[in-house]
Structures are given as structure tokens and as C-alpha cells.
Ligand binder design. Sequence first.
Ligand SMILES: Nc1ncnc2c1ncn2[C@@H]1O[C@H](COP(=O)(O)OP(=O)(O)OP(=O)(O)O)[C@@H](O)[C@H]1O
Ligand SMILES: [Mg+2]
Length: 344
Amino acid sequence: MPSQEPVVVIRDLSKHYGEFIALDRLTLTLERGNILGFIGPNGAGKTTTIRILVGLSRPTSGSATIAGADCVRDLHKVRRLVGYMPDKFGSYDNMRVREYLDFFGAAFGIRRRERQKRIAQVLDLTNATWMQDRFVESLSHGMQQRIGLARTLLHNPEVLILDEPANGLDPEARIEMREILLRLASEGRTLIVTSHILPELSRICNLVAIVAGGKLRAMGTLAEVTRELSQKQTIEIQFLNASRLEAASQRVQQILGQETELTISAAESIVRCRTSAGEEKLSGLLRTLITEGFEISQFREVAGDLEEAFISAAREADAERAAASGRSASAPVSSKGVAAEVTV
Ligand SMILES: Nc1ncnc2c1ncn2[C@@H]1O[C@H](COP(=O)(O)OP(=O)(O)OP(=O)(O)O)[C@@H](O)[C@H]1O
Ligand SMILES: [Mg+2]
């Protein structure tokens, strides 16, 4: 498969549990080497999507492929290509970290000698070598997360799918997890990461997909997603020096109008504008400021607030749900709707 082909292709993917639609015709593609933040409110359909991608759940309709391998038909290939870290850690009594990794390495069919090498490598990658003789059960949650990640790396997968890897980690452990994930991406792997810790996520992801109510609400760079879901964008105008900052900000306010919120940072010589002004108006603003002799060093859009975009997607889903329940009074999940799932 040529490397410019998207590595993950999801088309019209739906998952129904009885009457309840957990996933509604989700379509997205992901090119190699990206880190995608897959976010959305509780019950949005993130884990449902992920479980289909790794072959633990079958879609009701639609398709998903990873590096050309179909997530239903070519499960063997998919499992080789993907490292999956679930949101819940299993329980492994009386197993030391090294034995635990050896067990999973063997399950992946990695030969003994190669296995020893891989175990040493993944322990090193996750800064967990010092834990190798500890019992898994005796490790703290954060340490177990690292071992969980080490396990997903054993067969050297090119795609990593991590469901809430930073969940329950203290700030220091989160920074460490972030560094590990960035290191893995820099090796050319593709990562899909879910998290509710949005500021954290926005620091590692170059792409974001927001799902709510089983539907994809937006996908793109952080700036694109926040622009699409928020009514306003943030523009930063940096001046060569702060001497005419006050005059400049008055001019900006006049041109962009009262609905634009301005904040001035004298220390950085920056005027920040939260505005719904279109491209033409912004280009006119830049022209005017330059013509009037303001010395501008930077004029750029900055990524908006992911939290705001998240809330707006959640509200959209809530409004749809309210409208739908007005049309039909069906309960979301009946006991009949709870489907048995494949487990490994
Ligand atoms: N086996 C199942 N049977 C019935 N409904 C299910 C099943 N699994 C998931 N659901 C429902 O599908 C919806 C999506 O769940 P999912 O676990 O994908 O959400 P999520 O986005 O991962 O949420 P969270 O942020 O809480 O992890 C939820 O309403 C959930 O109750
Ligand atoms: Mg989930």
C-alpha cells in the first residue's frame, strides 16, 4: 500500500444496540504519522468506534480499514497493525511485569529470543525498566498505565489506539505519558488518542475529531475545529513595540466592531481579538493598520479553545436528542439493546 494512502479509513460506520444508535454514519480518514485526538462527551461513541477499529465489536453497517485491512474481515492483519490500549486494565494476579509482557508477547506469536529483545525495548520506551520485577498488581494506577502501553507496543504496531491513556494520572505522570506518546509519533507511528483532559490533548495532537451523540461533529486541526464549532475565531496581532498599542487597539475595535472582544498584552505587544469577522474584513484590517503606519510583526489566527468547541458539539447533540425524543418517546437503551461483545 503506498504510504500516501490514508492509514485509517472509516466510512459511514454505524453501531446500533437495539433501538439505540451509539454510532451514526461516522466517516473519517487519517493519514500516516498524525496524532488524532478523538474527543467527545461521555457516551459519545468513542470507545464504540475504537472497539470496532480493533475488531472487538462488529459494526451494524459501514466499514473501517487500517492500512487497507478490513476491521471485520481481515482481523488477523488488523491486530498485527494496531496496538490497542483499552480504557480498563485487566487483572493479572501473581504476575511480574516481565512475565506479564512475556505472556502477551507469546500470545502475539513473537519468538522467545525476539520477545526478550522487544520486552527490553518497550520497557525502555515507556521508562518502565525499573518496574520489570514488580508484581503488576502491586503497581500504582499510573505505573500500570505505562505497562499497559508497553504491552500495546510489543508487536511494534504502526497504529496505536489509546483509550484514555492519561486517565487518573497525576500531572507529572501525564507529562511523562505525553513525552512517550510524542516519541512514539516521532518514530512515524499513527496515534488515535481519546481523553477528557483537553488542554493536555491539544498539546500532543495535530488533529482533532469531535464526536457527540454518535456523530462526527468536526475534524481537522485544532484551529479548524474550533473555528467550525465556535462562532468566533481568535486573531493575534503583534506589534514591533508597545508604544502605539492603545491607539492600535482602538483602530481594531472600530474596524471589527463592538462585538469583537479585545485583550491587550503590553508585555508581548499583542492585541488579541475574539471575532466573527470574515476573511475580507480581516484582510482590510491588516491593510488599514499597515497604511496607518502601525508596525506589525505578526498577524495570525491562533487555535481557539477546544473546550468551547467541545461544549458546542455536546449541545448540538443534546438538542438533536431532545428533538428526537419529542418525535418518539423510545427509551435510549432497553435491556434487549445490550449486545454481547467479543472479548479477548
Ligand atoms: N454493549 C452495549 N450495549 C448497549 N449500549 C452500549 C453498549 N456499549 C456502549 N453502549 C452505549 O453506546 C453509547 C456510546 O458509548 P461509548 O462507550 O462509545 O461512549 P464513549 O464516547 O466512549 O464515552 P466515555 O467518554 O464515557 O468513555 C453509550 O450511550 C453507551 O451506553
Ligand atoms: Mg469510552
